[in-house]
Design a protein around this ligand. Structure first.
Ligand SMILES: [Zn+2]
Ligand SMILES: [Zn+2]
Length: 162
């Protein structure tokens, strides 16, 4: 959904709210997928000639534990506020990016917010011990490799040397 900022200014009567369902191709997110439907609510109003945009929403993303590869989902809340004026539509330093026609892509903004809030690393638990480097099973399941972490090549070498 595109917010036509100029039109919003010129026809402003009262605050407006929008709820969008975030649409994204899988490639937009690296390392996780968005659980759908994911809705983000926007509220836009004019205060002293400045446009105040706030957004909020709860989203869930799916990924896998970085250590043991177990599927994990993480839920978090989005909440942010932006204030901008008409002069910002052509301002490359503005934190928001507008189209050439001065429109704001709300879906794109929602995607950016999700990217900014999502965890960098997903773990099934803080103290996940990961996979056993010998047999590849999750260490939490337990295996007998830990007790005998003997590298076979080393063992052969030892035999040859003795
Ligand atoms: Zn794990
Ligand atoms: Zn093992």
């Amino acid at each position: 959904m595109l917010l036509d900022v100029k039109k919003f200014y010129s026809t402003y009567i009262e605050p407006k709210s929008y709820v969008i369902e975030v649409k994204t191709d899988v490639d937009s997110f690296e390392g996780f997928t968005l659980q759908t439907p994911a809705c983000v609510a926007f509220e836009v109003k004019l205060v002293d000639d400045m446009c105040h945009l706030s957004l909020s929403g709860d989203v869930t993303v799916n990924s896998e534990c970085a250590r043991c590869l177990k599927p994990v989902s993480e839920s978090f809340s989005l909440s942010n506020k932006y204030v901008f004026g008409l002069s910002d539509l052509q301002n490359p330093d503005c934190e928001l990016t507008f189209t050439e026609g001065g429109k704001l892509d709300l879906n794109e903004l929602a995607v950016t917010e999700i990217l900014g809030c999502a965890p960098l690393v997903f773990l099934c638990s803080e103290n996940c011990k990961g996979l056993c480097q010998y047999c590849g099973k999750p260490k939490a399941q337990g295996c007998s490799c830990e007790q005998n972490p003997v590298d076979e090549r080393l063992a052969i070498l030892k035999q040859l040397l003795s």
